[in-house]
Design a protein around this ligand. Structure first.
Ligand SMILES: Nc1ncnc2c1ncn2[C@@H]1O[C@H](COP(=O)(O)OP(=O)(O)OP(=O)(O)O)[C@@H](O)[C@H]1O
Ligand SMILES: [Mg+2]
Length: 445
């Protein structure tokens, strides 16, 4: 507790919103997690709150002053065009690491990354799967002072709970069965560099406590060891979950959330930056052609139309993958048929396609089938068509059909019921009536 208070006291005098936010959040966490406060602690917290308020006032005063100065400058355009914003980043020697696009929301993320990179503040990146979170983490690393130091990536969701601590913090020989040697963890490997904690929302509560300690004290302990080891590691975390919600549900420590999210970058899903799709199609089309050593693929108008309107639940990764797939499977010209089945089912005119009355609305994710659903639907259709053809051939005699297709009769009855097929609908009016037993069994089909 006092350790946290002291840390706030030591904070650098330089004023920045990020710094202020961090200190406000630490203050909030301190209050939330303290079981009992002494009078002295309360006075100290109040003093800190007052000084924070003064700094906020000063900062906002300074900002208004700067804005007024900019507005007074007749030549200066406050609103820069997208191209100019991207160019400005380039001119400031920003490293994009292959991040492509100039949608305002993406540019905003890049500009935040640019400001955050040279600091050692933790960065939390969230966004749906495939929106470029890992790429953004690399952007933060590459533009910071640690760029020539290690960038160590850990997928918190991929490591079994019981190995996670040892993976992150290392272990001492004999700490647990299988620990046959001393081993250093990812934090030590990332010393002086950056550690990328991917899928941080999957970190179990025990690991969260340990991580909080690293953030506060910049030291770790290997599993099974009392010795503390100082680590100087910049933390960038990513998640496709809503950490705020997880913390409300008690599954993610709130204090850790605030600590990690001093700088919070949210990457927009591709369907919210559709304006970039044509450029990304061209970009990944060229990239795929280069890597497959072929000429860039051409797209039929209906495929292009489809790709421009598709919902991309897998975001940029999905678009990139599909351009590679088309480049690999199609000859000169790619068409809808070259798309993967699950995507194709969302094409206009197919059973799963969903557009509004005008046919203009993009297909929503909720209306897209998963691949396994699509397979199941296709297999059901085939089954039904097979049974209908069979019933027609035997003029609706279930016993005969069961014999011909070598299937147990009651099983066949069940299948007919499932598909809503009635054997009497297939009976030939001029043919002799079906046997009594058939009629009995089929009566309610
Ligand atoms: N803006 C972008 N420009 C170019 N390529 C991009 C961009 N965003 C993402 N990509 C590419 O898309 C793929 C997915 O990106 P990345 O792995 O960073 O996503 P992610 O958000 O970490 O996904 P997941 O949640 O599934 O781990 C990568 O191949 C990446 O290079
Ligand atoms: Mg990722």
């Amino acid at each position: 507790m006092m350790k946290i208070l002291d840390q706030i006291e030591e904070a650098s005098p330089a004023i920045s919103y990020a710094g202020l936010l961090e200190r406000i959040e630490i203050l909030r966490s301190t209050l939330r997690w303290s079981s009992r406060l002494e009078r002295g602690d309360i006075d100290k917290l109040l003093r800190q709150a007052t000084s924070l308020r003064d700094e906020v006032m000063q900062l906002s005063h300074k900002e208004r002053f700067v804005q007024a100065a900019v507005a007074a400058e007749p030549q200066e355009r406050v609103e820069l065009s997208r191209g100019a914003r991207r160019k400005a980043l380039l001119e400031r020697s920003f490293i994009f690491e292959g991040t492509f696009g100039d949608n305002p929301r993406l540019l905003e993320s890049l500009e935040i990354a640019e400001k955050a990179a040279p600091t050692d503040l933790p960065v939390l990146i969230d966004g749906e799967s495939g929106t470029g979170k890992e790429l953004m983490a690399k952007v933060v690393h590459a533009n910071g002072s640690r760029s020539d130091k290690p960038f160590i990536s850990v997928n918190c969701g991929a490591i079994p709970d019981n190995l996670l601590e040892s993976e992150l913090f290392g272990h001492r020989k004999g700490a647990f069965t299988g620990a046959s040697n001393d081993r250093k963890g990812k934090f030590e490997s990332a010393h002086t560099g950056t550690i990328f904690l991917d899928e941080i929302g999957e970190l179990p509560l025990a690991g969260q406590v340990k991580l909080l300690r690293v953030l506060e004290a910049h030291e770790i302990q290997r599993v099974g060891s009392d010795e503390t080891i100082a680590v100087d590691t910049r933390i960038v975390a990513a998640t496709n979950r809503n950490l705020r919600q997880l913390s409300e549900e008690g599954r993610f420590r709130e204090d850790l959330f605030y600590r990690l999210s001093v700088i919070h970058v949210t990457l927009p899903p591709l369907r919210e930056r559709r304006d970039e799709i044509p450029l990304l199609i061209a970009w990944f089309g060229d990239e795929a052609a280069g890597s497959l050593k072929r000429r860039p693929i051409r797209l039929t108008p209906r495929l292009r139309d489809f790709l421009l309107n598709y919902a991309y639940p897998g975001n940029i990764r999905e678009l990139r993958n599909v351009m590679y797939r088309l480049s690999c499977l199609a000859g000169d010209m790619a068409d809808i048929d070259h798309l993967p089945v699950d995507m194709r089912l969302a094409a206009p005119g197919s059973a799963a396609a969903s557009t509004n009355a005008s046919g203009q609305e993009p297909i929503s994710v909720a209306n897209l089938m998963s691949l396994s659903d699509a397979k199941r639907a296709a297999s059901d259709d085939a089954e039904k068509a097979f049974l209908e053809r069979g019933l027609r051939e035997v003029s609706g005699t279930v016993a005969e059909l069961a014999r011909r297709i070598d299937m147990n009769r009651s099983h066949l009855q069940m299948l007919l019921k499932k598909h809503g097929l009635h054997s009497k609908d297939f009976r030939n009016r001029h043919a002799p009536a079906a046997t009594k037993s058939d009629d009995d069994e089929d009566s309610d089909a």
